[in-house]
Design a protein around this ligand. Structure first.
Ligand code: 5AD
Ligand code: SF4
Length: 473
């Protein structure tokens, strides 16, 4: 363990991590000799995790690892999610399989990180029953992956580093991008809302906004690099800027992002209805770049349940907000999240949710069965509703949601719209897939040289959740 005390490492970030990246590079050259070691990164959960994985991959690439498709790689990393219990179960299942792979290749390194690692009982379980895992870290210190890898190399034993919280935002470390033409950009981290069912505030910590200058700088350099669409990421983007030394609203940030020359499309996620301002609606209305899409999680249509969820709005307030949005942005595509089965939910509560879905006519909705998360206030409520009843209600809500999406999607049939070409079709190479401003996909004849460009496409036929179209010159 004496070797672990590294005296010449800088204290300041990002210099400290750049130092450890170099140390790991030297080790990689020595250890793997003439070959480039491989890495396999699996990401569970939301866009925040996807973005974190790009940062981790950026650092590991700098160290010398190259991407591999399967879990026989030299370095396997799971970036975990814990928002619902089945996300945790999936990770344990896969770890069982990895154990066998590692028995055949003891030199392989296994790393776990992300939201699930912020839970005490998970860490205890890993310490006790998953000794073959090499490196474990959480959501607050992903920037440290090089340092932790180096510690593991020197110590030759399991390294676990979990921070309870942080106010640190480390800028200017390497990152990679999955797509050359679009990118996610963090504008804030953490959440202060404490919805009673949700574990996110406990595993992602308190709300911290990134400095607007850093955000703009990052987007400018992305645009120089060929990016035309950005997705601004935060658990609750509508409360952006409140914690800054010089407070700035999300609407003001969007106005700054709009000014960036060469940037064509702006998306953002996620909006909390309680914080959605008139200013934001005005900025969206005047914008030429903000996409025609708003993800506005409803969670429940029952004011009673919403109160128990600590959502800070009623059914009527949600409906009023939607009315205002639609009046100002008539073509907006509205999507949402709905939880079915919150403890002691009644038939009447579900009817209220269905009523909201019918009134709003969401373009699409992610519908979840409530999952009890230890440590959250809702987990303490004694629930008397049988699972079979929840399942029935879930199916009922899903039908209404599907109906509403199908009606909405058809609305654009026959129109010509601008799409951003994203990829070549997996099944048919003569087709490409593009995304409309409202987030729907369209397949049409075209070659892969079109990827990354904005083209006009006539939406000939709606196939439910996507279109078949033709390019219009
Ligand atoms: N059970 C089910 N769904 C949940 N979500 C968050 N916590 C839970 C939970 N305990 C859903 C919410 C949120 C989305 C990202 O995940 O709908 O908006
Ligand atoms: Fe969870 Fe609510 Fe925060 Fe969203 S706003 S991350 S649902 S606590």
């Amino acid at each position: 363990m004496k070797d672990l005390i590294i005296t010449d490492a800088p204290e300041k970030e990002p210099e400290r991590q750049l130092y450890f990246i170099e140390k790991c590079r030297e080790w990689v050259r020595e250890h793997y000799k003439d070959r480039k070691p491989t890495m396999n990164i699996k990401t569970f959960g939301c866009q925040m995790n996807a973005k974190d994985s790009e940062k981790i991959e950026g650092i590991l690439s700098k160290i010398g690892f190259v991407g591999a498709d399967d879990e026989k790689a030299d370095f396997v990393l799971y970036n975990t999610c814990t928002v619902r219990e089945n996300a945790n179960l999936k990770v344990y299942g896969r770890l069982g399989h990895l154990k066998k792979v590692k028995e055949k290749n003891p030199d392989m390194l296994i790393c776990l990180c992300g939201c699930m690692m912020q839970e005490n009982e998970v860490i205890e379980k890993i310490r006790k029953s998953y000794r073959f895992v090499d490196i474990v870290f959480g959501t607050h210190n992903i920037f440290k992956v090089a340092e932790l890898l180096y510690n593991r190399i020197v110590a030759k034993s399991q390294i676990i580093d979990i921070w309870k919280d942080t106010d640190m935002i480390v800028e200017n470390l390497p990152s990679v991008r999955k797509y050359s033409f679009k990118a996610g950009v963090n504008i804030m981290y953490g959440c202060n809302n404490f919805c009673t069912y949700c574990i996110v505030p406990y595993v992602r910590g308190r709300e911290r906004s990134r400095n607007p200058k850093d955000i703009i700088c990052e987007i400018e350099s992305l645009v120089k690099d060929g990016v035309v669409e950005v997705m601004l990421l935060g658990q609750n983007v509508n409360s952006y800027g409140k914690t800054l030394d010089e407070p700035m609203s999300f609407a003001e940030l969007l106005e700054e992002v709009e000014k960036i020359e060469g940037l064509k499309r702006i998306r953002f996620m996620t909006s909390h209805p309680k914080d959605l301002s008139d200013d934001l609606i005005r900025v969206m209305k005047n914008s030429k770049k903000i996409c025609n899409h708003l993800h506005l999680p409803l969670q429940s249509g029952s004011s009673d349940i919403l109160k128990k969820m600590n959502r800070h709005y009623t059914k009527e307030q949600y409906l009023d907000l939607v009315k205002k949005i639609k009046e100002n942005l008539p073509d907006i595509s509205l999507t949402t999240d709905i939880i079915v089965g919150f403890p002691n939910e009644t038939d009447q509560d579900i009817e209220e949710t269905i009523d909201v879905i019918k009134q709003v006519e969401f373009d699409s909705a992610f519908t979840f069965v409530y999952s009890r998360r230890t440590g959250t206030p809702a987990a303490k409520i004694v629930d008397t509703v049988p699972e079979s009843v929840v399942k029935e209600r879930f199916d009922k809500v899903l039908k209404v949601v599907q109906n509403s999406s199908a009606i909405n999607a058809k609305k654009l049939e026959g129109k010509t719209m601008e799409v951003l070409v994203e990829e070549q079709n997996d099944h048919d190479e003569s087709l490409v897939t593009g995304r409309l401003s409202n987030n729907l996909l369209v397949h049409f004849k075209g070659n892969k040289e079109l990827i990354g460009s904005l083209v006009n496409v006539k939406l000939n036929e709606c196939k439910g959740f996507y279109y078949i179209g033709e390019m219009v010159y």
